[in-house]
Each structure stands twice: as C-alpha cells, then as structure tokens.
Design a protein around this ligand. Structure first.
Ligand code: CP
Length: 337
C-alpha cells in the first residue's frame, strides 16, 4: 500500500509486505524510542489525540511516539470534554479537528465510528480502537512482539502455535491479530473462551480460508500445553449490559505460575494486550508471573512506541528523513531498556 496520507482503520488494508515494511521502520526507531538519539523530523507537526474511551497505553504511546519524532500533541479525552456532548456530529468534529492537526489518533466506543470520522477528515486518521471491532496498531505491536520473541527462540510468525484465551467475542485486539495472522503461513490457533464469548465465526472462517488450523476449546490447561504463545485477554466488562453479567465470566480462565509450570512448554511466551484485570475476582494473568522471563507484556508496551512511531513516519512520509534530523541525547538514559 502507499502509506503516505493513508488512514489506518483496519488490518484488512495490509498485505504481508506492508506489515514487513512497518516492522523494518519500527526497527530503525529503536535509538529514538530508547532515548539514545533525538530526532526533530516532525518539528512543527501536530497530532490530534481523541480518546472517547478510557486508555492508558494507546493514548500515551501514540502521544509519546509523536513527541519522539519531534511533533506536538493536542488531546481530547472523554465525551464530556468534547462538543460531541452538546450534540455535535462526528462529521463536524472531523472537519474542525482536521484543520488543527496533521494526523489524528482516535478511540471511540462505537464500531465503525473511526471510519465514519475518517471519511470527513482532511488528514489521516489512525484507529485506536472502535468498540469491539478493531485495534490495528495493537495487532501490529503484538505481531512485532511475536516476531521478536520467536526470533529469540529460533522461530518466526510462519508456523506459529498460539492460544488466545478469554473474551474473544468482544476483544478487538484478538480480532485484529487473527486477521493479521492470515497474512502468514501454517499458523495453529487454539481459541479458548466461554461458549458465549467465542471468536466471531467470520474471523474463524477467514483463518481457515488462510489455511490455518483453528481449534476452539473451553479447557485452558490442555489448550496451552503445546503452543509458542499464550495470549490472554481481559473480560471486556464495558461491552456487557451489567457488571453482574461480566462477573459470570471473570476469573474463568486464570494463568498463574503454577499452571504455567505444570502445563506449558518451558519457553512459552505469555502475552496480553493489557490492561490485565488484577482484581481478586478476575486475575486472568496473575501477578505471580511478574518475574517469569517469558512474560512479554511489558516488552509489548515498549514495542508499541516503536510501531506507532513507524506508522507516523510512514503516513507522514518521513521514514527516510528521521536520521537526517537527529542528534545524541544530552541526558543520562542508561538502564531503562
Ligand atoms: N491495549 C490497550 O488498548 O490498552 P489501553 O486501553 O490502555 O489503551
């Protein structure tokens, strides 16, 4: 695809070569994301950051990524702080904010809303999550992490064995990740969820059409025994009609160190898009895994900055200029990465 000026709304728009291009640019962002070098390639550019649902990682890492390329960020969070609360349409909001920004990152609770907004925007829009539909930048950072973790184990994304666990019905990260995996070869996927929260049938069918082996299960321990990656997800309580309904499923599939030790292969990578639900009645990924070297969840969050920097660099067509506008940092940076 031609990235320059493009919206990023769904992983459906990518070919395998596009994903590999994003990853190659992300690799080159490492000295900047890890604070050894500073670049001002986006000096003067403005990111409009509009998050109408709660977010820690996606919102802040999009902002950090833009700052690390030398740009500025203007934010709106929550409907209550936006004129949408006064009845303004997405069309008008997009027309207005795209006059103030060079690129926009947006999260919204309604499926298809970011695409509707993008259709009226005068600048590129990146989908930071639209309801339970898609979260393309998360899927990219997840796949970038999988590639990196598997490389350290002598493998790759082709012929990956992965178990996805939890709320596969409403979890937009797993929807986008499954679709992205369809660009690769010979993947074995085990989908572990309560029957009511199964992966949508069209996504399962898309994976089968791609030649992948897909199994669906409600048995955690047997399902994680022979996989390279366990990708755990939170019960998406915000998509349920009540907390009581979400409580029916919370805590159903818990991975902790004891289960990991007894059922997983020794080097199985543990992933989660975060936030994990650390309340006692949930704990889908227990804190007692925190010292497990195969727990990749914070490598995922760090990789989010690299991947989002790459998306900005490609969309704003500066990927080949980043190093020309760079210098070493002045401050002490050792030990964080
Ligand atoms: N993974 C993710 O989307 O996290 P946030 O909700 O904190 O952005």
């Amino acid at each position: 695809m031609d990235f320059a000026g493009s919206h990023i709304l769904s992983v459906d728009q990518f070919e395998r070569a596009d994903v590999e291009r994003i990853f190659a640019v992300a690799d080159r962002m490492e000295p900047y994301a890890h604070r050894r070098r500073v670049t001002k390639v986006l000096d003067g550019a403005i990111l409009g950051s509009m998050f109408f649902e709660p977010s820690t990682r996606t919102r802040v890492s999009f902002g950090s990524a833009f700052n690390l390329l030398g740009g500025e960020v203007r934010e709106t969070t929550g409907f209550e702080n936006s004129a949408i609360a006064k009845g303004e349409s997405l069309y008008d909001t997009a027309r207005v904010l795209s006059g103030y920004s060079d690129v926009i990152a947006m999260r919204h609770p309604a499926e298809g809303s970011v695409a509707e907004f993008a259709a009226a925007s005068r600048v590129p829009v990146i989908n930071g999550g639209d309801g339970s539909n898609e979260h393309p930048s998360q899927a990219l950072l997840d796949l970038y992490t999988i590639k990196s973790e598997m490389a350290g184990r002598g493998g790759g994304i082709d012929r990956l064995r992965i178990a996805m666990v939890g709320d596969l019905r409403y979890g937009r990260t797993v929807h986008s990740l499954c679709k992205l995996l369809c660009l690769f070869d010979g993947v074995q996927v085990v989908l572990v969820s309560p029957g009511e929260l199964r992966m949508p049938a069209d996504i399962v069918e898309e994976m089968r059409q791609a030649g992948h082996q897909v199994l669906e299960s409600e048995a955690l321990e047997a399902s994680i025994a022979h996989v390279d990656i366990v990708y755990s997800t939170r019960i998406q309580e915000e998509r349920f009609s009540s907390q009581e309904e979400a409580d029916l499923y919370r805590g159903r599939f818990r991975l902790n160190q004891n289960i990991y030790t007894h059922h997983c292969e020794p080097n199985t990578v543990i992933m989660h898009p975060l936030p994990r639900d650390s309340r006692d009645h949930a704990r889908e990924l227990d804190d007692d895994l925190n010292d497990n070297p195969n727990l990749a969840i914070f490598r995922q969050t760090d990789n989010g900055v690299l991947v989002r920097m790459a998306l900005f660099a490609l969309i704003l067509d500066v990927a080949d200029q980043v190093d020309r506008h760079a210098r070493d940092v002045n401050w002490y940076t050792a030990g964080r990465f």
